[in-house]
Design a protein around this ligand. Structure first.
Ligand SMILES: [Zn+2]
Ligand SMILES: [Zn+2]
Length: 259
């Protein structure tokens, strides 16, 4: 199994997860928060085209995640997974058989890939994040979450790789020129993860088998890669430079989970 962030941040998010099995190679696009043209450019940079995708999973209805998902699914006949709440929030579009409802705890199989959606606290209708598994390898994905819960920790334990939101530094957010209401939303329990909470989550999930750590969804105004690495370093317990920061433009590049 390998994965590649095509870009991460409030301007757009997309992550390709790929697994090889007896039935061939399968790829799922987790979130689709770009225009179709932009997404195609980013896929090409990862050596892919839309025809290489087997399904799309959208975590929630915010524009930086849903993006062109509906039009892309329609144009290419791609199965599109989302929660019922997300579908309602985007106006219940008719997807002519391409729509599949995802629920907390209900496994989804796409070739050799197994996706396990889990509920997170975020200010969306029915947000889901994912644990992705193939051949006993596990990737935990967690962005767009306001606080830690035992439920999300349970889903991220034992992973070989984590994509973990590190949205803001509390000090930078407090000192920013954002209006008080926006600061309260971002920093609230249904907002986005502060670096120190991301570090607590990492601390609760870390184990000897965790080999890849990707920090994602960094705020351009209220965070910096050096602050993220510093915050995660104690829980990570290894070389800070080994922490990959998925940027809004460059994403992460391919990361292979093979042992
Ligand atoms: Zn987001
Ligand atoms: Zn969101």
């Amino acid at each position: 199994m390998r994965f590649c962030s095509l870009g991460s941040g409030s301007g757009g998010n997309a992550l390709v997860v790929e697994a090889r099995g007896a039935a061939g190679t399968h790829r799922v696009l987790i979130d689709c928060g770009f225009s179709q043209r932009e997404l195609e450019l980013r896929l090409a940079r990862a050596g892919l085209q839309t025809a290489d995708l087997d399904a799309i999973f959208v975590t929630h209805e915010h524009g930086d995640h849903i993006g062109c998902a509906v039009s892309l699914a329609r144009r290419h006949g791609l199965p599109l997974w989302m929660s019922r709440g997300t579908w309602r929030a985007i106006g219940e579009p008719d997807l002519q058989g391409l729509l599949h409802f995802a629920r907390d705890g209900q496994r989804i199989t796409i070739g050799a890939l197994e996706l396990l959606p889990y509920t997170v606290p975020h200010d969306a209708q029915e947000p889901l994040q994912l644990r992705c598994s193939a051949s006993a390898l596990h990737l935990g994905v967690l962005t767009d979450v306001g606080c830690s819960t035992p439920h999300l920790i349970a889903h991220l334990k034992g992973c070989d790789a984590l994509v973990l939101e590190c949205n803001h530094d509390r000090g930078l957010l407090a000192a920013s020129s954002y209006p008080a209401s926006l600061k309260a939303r971002i920093g609230g329990r249904f907002g986005h993860l502060a670096n120190d909470v991301a570090a607590q989550i990492l601390d609760a999930c870390t184990h000897a088998g965790l080999r890849h750590l990707v920090a994602a969804h960094l705020s351009l105004q209220n965070n910096r890669p050096d602050l993220v690495r510093k915050a995660l370093a104690p829980a990570w317990g290894r070389d800070q430079d080994a922490i990959v920061v998925a940027g809004p433009e460059a994403g992460s590049g391919w990361i292979d989970l093979q042992r």
